[in-house]
Design a protein around this ligand. Sequence first.
Ligand code: ZN
Length: 482
Amino acid sequence: MNLYNTLTNQLEEFKPLNPPEVLMYNCGPTVYNFAHIGNLSSYLMADLLRRYMEYKGFKVKQVMNITDVGHLVSDSDTGEDKMEKAAREQQLDPLDVARKYEETFHTDRKKLNILDAHHYPRATEMISEQLDTVKKLMGKGFAYETSDGYYFDVQQFPEYGKLSNNKLDDLKAGERVDVNTEKKHPADFALWKKCVGENKNHILRWSFETGEKMTGTEENGSVGFPGWHIECSAMASSLLGKTIDIHTGGEDNIFPHHDCEIAQSRAITGEDIFAKYWVHKRHIFVDGEKMSKSKGNFFTMTDIEEKGYSPLAYRYLILSIHYRQNTNFTFKGLDDAVKNIERLQNFLVATQNASDNGPEVAIQKFREDFETSLDDDLNTSGALGAVFELVKEGNKALAESGGIKNRLDVLNFLRDFDQIFAVLSWDLEEELDPQVEIWMKKRDQARAEKDFEKADEIRDKLKEEGIEIMDKDGKTVWKKSS
Ligand SMILES: [Zn+2]
């Protein structure tokens, strides 16, 4: 499998450090507002990557951070903390704001069939790990203290900027006049900010010495809060290890965020790499323009649902376009996604209900084309092309003879396809056979009367007839067993 590595600017064969294990870190949401569809598209890409790796037999361990403190409005370590700004505007406690939007993030991602990561560490719950990292960097001479915080000394790490193809000298020349005259280089970035000056009233604050949570809002240089970049280095190393296989994010994370992470992590470990592969999702445009609140072209999952679309139509739309292509989001695109999902769903249902008498379809070829495409840097449009070729051939067979000889192979392939794309529904309630319905009602009644023996008997009887029944959300659903 080949992946495009932002670090080397080329396609590389994917070889994990310790196969079959794959350690993956995804930069997650800053929970000060609803995630917009651009943010969500980066998590969809990470989900696709994980699902395809699992299809290929890798054992993926996935961590996605939740930034609930320390992400300043400006990337150059100035301005207000995004959380605290939102809290002030909504007259809420910063942590209440964080929990509220963290919850909506999880609701959105579940609607999008994004699998649970193995950990969702919160920045506020890993303060001591972050302070350890800052102190280690101080001890190794990679960081220094100023009157308003602790900064990474980029000149001690000559490769700083490699990921974004920035040279230190260019960064110096490109930087506007910095208000912080104590910094040794304009690109030096904050590891820890003290509660002084413009940050003196910062509500979320911890003792630099002990990591203990502090209260009060008065100026105090011995308490402070972490810079934005430090959490990812601290979390990746404590939850995954010194070096990891894959690190993902949106393309706007490349600089400065990911260059800063690399500098921090490698300065501490002394290793040549922090993450072996850096994978970035390109931007989303709306009607040809970059999303922004002022233009009113800023969409959330709720906006999409309110217009009557299923979140899975959005999932399909994003997955149908290669992640390294700019996506132009339009409602016409969502309409097409809806139609394509319907076409796949109809074929699935028809195949489930078809007989085994009919022509054989070239399933092996379709599967190979599907895999070859995804192996080519997750070429999802190519993979979908293979699936639709199958649908075309399969529908032809069904129209001609009402059956497909290798129907079960087709169903197995569709199941594998959907383990990765996750846009189909496998419940067939609407197709219920009246006789099956009677038995299911009898079973529900038996369960209501706590006669579980009888309920199980009915379940086994239906199983013999090729009907598998399951209890889902308090209700009985069924499918043909394949
Ligand atoms: Zn990050």
